[in-house]
Design a protein around this ligand. Structure first.
Ligand code: ADP
Length: 279
């Protein structure tokens, strides 16, 4: 135990030039890629790579809620299941739900509950599945951001997309989007999610301690990153639903320019149809 504390004290997470272990500046986001509509069976889906994180999100619904005693006659339920694959971390993770995944599923469900127009779909449920295929810290933010695109891909009516990012403190410096080493050996991590159009915060958690000023700085970094993520989310949806002129032509090919038989002239049956004798 003492050894670990000693290593933690000795470990430098920011070098003399102000660069982090992976070369980023304190206010720099890891590279992000989002793809919408990657699964055929789900109503909506998205795949996201965010630094070392690889996350898949699938959405079903609104569909009849089961078991029936859970149905709300006034609105839809928004249910989320966040799961980390056993191969998503360096040591094999025990499969199945644990306290952490139950907590993350709950906070993500609550975040989406405040954007989905639930009253339009009584007795139904909107089911969100988040599978973390590779984890490198910030998976709840990646899962939430991807699930938001999957919900839009499913056509679930919402007030807006939700974008999520974390900021924290490492070596006493407030930094955006901590990676696994920074999360493990840093001082604090503060994930948040926002409705970018209105600025409403729909998720806010904190692991560790930040002073009031540090918290303000962390929130301002995360809000800036959320706007960038919002653009990437909309970009992914635009790419998914972009219609080219070629697509339109494929759907309804234009009438050929070469004149065929006039419509008013009924086609006479070929003589052969009536045999050699005729009628
Ligand atoms: P988040 O992924 O949202 O940052 P945490 O702060 O709880 O959530 O986890 C940080 C990181 O710790 C995860 O992204 C993952 O890389 C690692 N981690 C979490 N749970 C486990 C586990 N059971 N086994 C191994 N690594 C884990």
């Amino acid at each position: 135990m003492e050894d670990i504390e000693h290593i933690q004290k000795e470990m430098k997470l920011i070098d003399g030039k102000g660069r982090r272990l992976d070369g980023r500046k304190p206010d720099e986001l890891r590279p992000v890629r989002i793809e919408a509509g990657v699964l055929r069976r789900a109503d909506g889906s998205a795949y996201m790579e965010w630094g070392g994180n690889k996350v898949l999100a699938a959405v079903y619904g609104p569909r009849e809620a089961h078991p029936r005693h859970l149905q709300d006659p006034a609105r839809a339920l928004v249910q989320c299941r966040y799961n980390m694959a056993p191969f998503s971390v360096t040591d094999r993770k025990r499969p199945g739900p644990d306290r952490r995944s139950v907590e993350i599923s709950k906070v993500i469900s609550e975040a989406f509950s405040s954007v989905v127009f639930k009253e339009q779909f009584p007795r139904t449920s909107v089911d969100i599945f988040i599978e973390v295929l590779q984890a490198d810290a910030g998976t709840r933010c990646a899962g939430l951001t991807a699930a938001s695109v999957a919900l839009a891909d499913a056509g679930v009516p919402m007030r807006d997309l939700v974008a999520s990012c974390a900021s924290g403190k490492i070596d006493g410096v407030v930094c955006l989007d901590l990676n696994k080493d920074e999360d493990n050996f840093g001082d604090a991590d503060c994930p948040m999610a926002v409705i970018p159009r209105t600025g409403e915060i729909v998720l806010l958690q904190m692991d560790g301690h930040l002073t009031y000023d540090e918290f303000q700085k962390a929130m301002s970094l995360s809000l800036g990153a959320a706007q960038r993520l919002y653009e990437l989310q909309r970009d992914a949806l635009r790419r998914r639903y972009a219609v080219t002129l070629q697509d339109i032509l494929k759907e309804s090919p234009p009438a050929p320019m070469v004149a065929g038989p006039a419509e008013s002239e009924p086609e006479l049956p070929a003589e052969d149809d009536f045999g050699s004798e005729g009628i």
